[in-house]
Design a protein around this ligand. Structure first.
Ligand code: GDD
Length: 316
């Protein structure tokens, strides 16, 4: 079997590539530039996502059985200042890819996974119940609106062209190797800088009262694998939450990270890190994922946070 991963050099892409190769799947990763492969064994194919014709040629040449479309703008925070870029990366490039698929020779056999987000649900939902896939979409961030559009596109390409496509809606995913710009990596990077005496002993944070549903990226990519491994009777065109079903406050994430360090660290809230709208609580309902597959999260939050710190401490 052969998989094509768009965004293969990103945080999730690298974890997914390793995971699939462990299962004996041949992995091809797209890149916009002449990238020299971080993941040993992954084949790299340069792709111009603006050019549907060249995308068709790549698909015809590679002949993937699975496409994991991870490429895009992944920062909710950046979407407030880069609205056009967010839509260009997340919506337009998805259209280009899916147009290429339906115009290629793999149309009838390939299975495609698009990646959405809990941000599609928006809110706030005053009752703070676990959100299931049939909840009304009320995205409040530009990022959430773009991802909701991707989900609708997935449905469109299934209904209109019969494409076997699943739209995953991951809630917050964290783990070793995530770039700065996300809460766990932002906090962890500062802690390691403080431990190395490269920063004074004050960690700067944003909104600590928000609660999010965190899952380790290694469990997330396992779910992505299972979702495309379903048979012909899967819920093609549908959306599936990928989440733990538990909410954890950002304050609690900070407390755990601080408890994993021997340094004495003060905390200061930086108003620049607060967002115009920040949904207070996100808890996902993972009943659908568990009913479609045998997925269970396997890595505890404390283990994930410890692994994130370890990876950063090991880097020179
Ligand atoms: N980034 C960041 N940095 N967030 C902070 C900080 C900080 O220093 N301090 C507090 N926060 C709060 C944010 O305000 C937000 O409420 C929460 O921590 C999580 O922020 P992020 O880690 O940036 O994640 P996100 O929820 O905006 O988006 C992530 O999860 C989505 C799924 O729920 C991303 O991974 C998205 O790509 C993903 O779709």
């Amino acid at each position: 079997m052969r998989a094509l991963i768009t965004g293969s050099t990103g945080f999730v892409g690298q974890h997914l590539a390793s995971y699939l190769m462990n299962y004996g799947i041949e992995v091809w990763g797209t890149t916009r530039d002449n990238f020299n492969g971080i993941i040993p064994g992954m084949k790299i194919v340069p792709v111009d996502f603006e050019n549907v014709g060249s995308l068709v040629k790549v698909l015809d040449d590679v002949q993937p059985d699975f496409i994991y479309h991870l490429a895009g703008q992944s920062s909710v925070k950046d979407s407030w200042t880069d609205k056009s870029t967010t839509f260009q990366s997340n919506v337009n490039l998805t259209i280009h890819l899916l147009e290429a698929v339906i115009n290629s020779t793999i149309k009838g056999k390939v299975k495609v996974l698009t990646v959405g987000s809990s941000e599609e649900y928006g809110g706030p939902d005053e009752q703070y119940k676990p959100i299931s896939e049939d909840a009304c979409l009320k995205p409040t961030s530009p990022y959430g609106i773009s991802k909701a559009t991707v989900g609708m596109l997935a449905r469109h390409y299934f209904v209109a062209y019969g494409l076997k496509i699943i739209h995953a809606r991951p809630f917050n995913h964290i783990g070793p190797g995530q770039r700065v710009g996300f809460v766990v990596s932002d906090f962890s990077n500062q802690i390691v800088q403080i431990e190395r005496r490269q920063q004074n002993n004050v960690i700067s944070v944003g909104n600590l009262s928000a609660q999010r549903d965190f899952t380790d990226v290694r469990d997330i990519v396992h779910a992505y694998y299972l979702l495309l491994n379903q048979d012909e009777n899967a819920d093609w065109g549908g959306s599936v939450n990928v989440c733990s079903g538990k909410a954890t406050s950002i304050q609690s994430i900070l407390d755990t990270l601080l408890s994993l360090s021997h340094s004495f660290i003060d905390v200061v809230v930086d108003s620049d890190k607060l967002r115009p709208v920040d949904v207070p609580v996100f808890i996902g309902d993972n009943t659908k994922l568990k009913s479609l597959t045998d997925w269970e999260p396997t890595i505890s939050l404390t283990q994930t946070l410890s692994d994130v710190l370890k990876k950063l401490r090991d880097q020179s």
